[in-house]
Design a protein around this ligand. Structure first.
Ligand code: SF4
Ligand code: SF4
Length: 156
């Protein structure tokens, strides 16, 4: 009985191996049908809704639409965002809250999109960048507002 089971297992393994080799052989002679993307030589075709990273958008004048309201920080389920604000004097002479530093922990982000939906001014969006590998985790902690950037006029 033992010998019979052993022979059956060997036969099954050889059959499985031949099946796999037949598939490999097929693609060896039918290159055009290979659907595996040859990354990094070939850039991947990302789906339209692929989410790779939260970014704060800036225009050509280095202006953004972030008021520092912290709605994105409150919406984030895992503390990925930290909004640091400061007080600025507006054109009307009144003090108002402004964004000082937008801290984003890429290493914590699950790309759930909740922060994007919560933002009342569409200041942030999801970028399709995905090559985030680094040797030092600290490099994944990003400041999203550009140096010297400020809020776009008219954004409240
Ligand atoms: S995508 Fe989700 S996890 Fe990432 S920062 Fe936004 S709310 Fe947080
Ligand atoms: S990105 Fe949007 S939600 Fe977040 S602090 Fe700025 S304005 Fe508020």
């Amino acid at each position: 009985m033992f010998l019979l089971n052993y022979i059956k297992e060997v036969f099954s393994a050889v059959k499985s191996l031949l099946k796999g080799m037949r598939r490999t052989g097929y693609y060896f002679t039918h290159h055009k049908e290979i659907i595996t993307q040859q990354y990094p030589e070939e850039r991947p075709q990302l789906p339209e809704r692929f989410k790779g990273e939260v970014v704060l958008t800036h225009d050509e004048n280095n202006e953004h639409a972030c008021t520092g309201c912290t709605a994105c920080e409150l919406a984030c389920p895992n503390g990925t965002i930290k909004i640091i604000t400061k007080q600025e004097v507006g054109a009307d002479g009144k003090k108002k809250k402004a964004l000082d530093t937008f801290v984003y922990h890429l290493e914590l982000c699950t790309m759930c999109n909740l922060c994007i939906v919560a933002c009342p001014t569409d200041a942030i969006k999801m970028a399709q960048t995905f090559e985030h590998s680094v040797f030092d985790r600290n490099l994944l902690i990003k400041k999203l507002n550009n140096p010297g950037s400020k809020i776009r006029e008219g954004v409240e």
